[in-house]
Design a protein around this ligand. Structure first.
Ligand code: NAP
Length: 287
């Protein structure tokens, strides 16, 4: 069994980004800029934002925090997004979700300039992904494909099951896996809570991607011997953090697996930095 080390892979990617930024800025090019908007006091969001800011600083990306009170109005938030859209030093805009009650996240996401949509949540980015056009891909599914590629686990011609149909993970991941390419070209089944026989779907799959949000939901009897198992879940239980896959039972049955923590999670931030780098290159004509 191969353990897919997302922590190490994410460190490698962050080091690559850091090296590119350092070499360009040494030539006088301005550093990439990521604006991070956090509204309210949600403790989990505060941790996520702090981690993203730290990762930016490490990589030489200028992170510009905008911490707003929960009482912020929709119009104030829209005005800030408009200012950041117009700011030439900002390459990416990240709106940390969820927003406090009373604020319309969809309206805000729609207002972000798609050329700065480094989270890949804008409908234009999603449309581009579905149509196979260049654009930003949301960070968690992009990180999963990057892991498959760096561990040389091609999905071409294979059967892939994605469990979970969220807009941020399951749906875009299913589209990526069905794209042409060595780390695409899969025959994809997108499962959810209304799937008639989920265990049977999983047992037939060469690749299982679990993005459900239920601790140890995927058990050994659901996995075909030799399958590749990617666990997106992050569940806080009394015994600590665990994924959507029963890792201890499944690890001996599969050919490769991502652990939780240390699998997909660290890749999400690495891909946010990569998307910011891509936007910066495009804006400054560095491609
Ligand atoms: P989500 O919006 O919470 O949706 C969960 C999905 O799982 C839904 O599509 C739901 O089906 C499906 N589901 C729930 N119970 C099921 C069941 N019994 N059988 C089959 N399908 C079932 O999902 P998410 O935001 O993608 O998050 C999923 C997990 O990934 C969470 O643990 C989250 O914390 C984690 N996550 C991790 C990262 C990372 O960076 N590693 C990033 C994002 C999310 P229905 O649509 O039918 O309700």
């Amino acid at each position: 069994m191969k353990l897919i080390d997302g922590k190490k892979t994410a460190q490698d990617i962050r080091a690559e980004i850091k090296a590119e930024v350092a070499s360009r800025t040494a030539q006088g090019v301005r550093a990439p800029g990521l604006a991070v908007i956090l509204v309210g006091e949600d403790p989990a969001s505060q941790v996520y934002v702090r981690n993203k800011e730290r990762a930016c600083q490490d990589a030489g990306i200028r992170s510009v925090p905008h911490r707003l009170p929960a009482s912020t109005s929709q119009e104030e938030l829209m005005a800030l997004i408009a200012r950041l859209n117009a700011d030439e030093s900002v390459d990416g805009i990240l709106l940390q979700l969820p927003l406090p009650k009373g604020l319309d996240a969809d309206r805000c996401l729609l207002a972000i300039d798609p050329s700065k949509d480094v989270d890949g949540f804008h409908p234009e980015s999603v449309g581009r992904l579905v149509q196979g056009l260049p654009g930003f891909v949301s960070c968690t599914p992009a990180g999963i494909i990057e892991l498959l590629s760096r561990y040389d686990l091609p999905t071409e011609g294979k059967k892939a099951v994605v469990i979970g149909r969220s807009n941020i993970v399951g749906k875009p991941l299913a589209v990526l896996l069905a794209r042409p390419g060595r780390f695409g070209n899969a025959t994809v089944t997108l499962c959810h809570s209304r799937t008639a026989d989920l265990a049977k779907e999983c047992r037939e799959a060469d690749f299982v991607f679990a993005a459900i949000g239920r601790p140890r939901f995927v058990t050994a009897d659901m996995v075909k011997p030799g399958a590749v198992v990617v666990d997106v879940g992050i569940n806080r239980t009394e015994q600590g953090l665990c994924g959507d896959v029963d890792f201890e039972a499944v690890k001996d049955k599969c050919s490769a697996i991502t652990p939780v923590p240390g699998g997909v999670g660290p890749m999400t931030i690495a891909m946010l930095l990569k998307n910011t780098l891509q936007s910066w290159r495009q804006r400054l004509g560095l491609c």
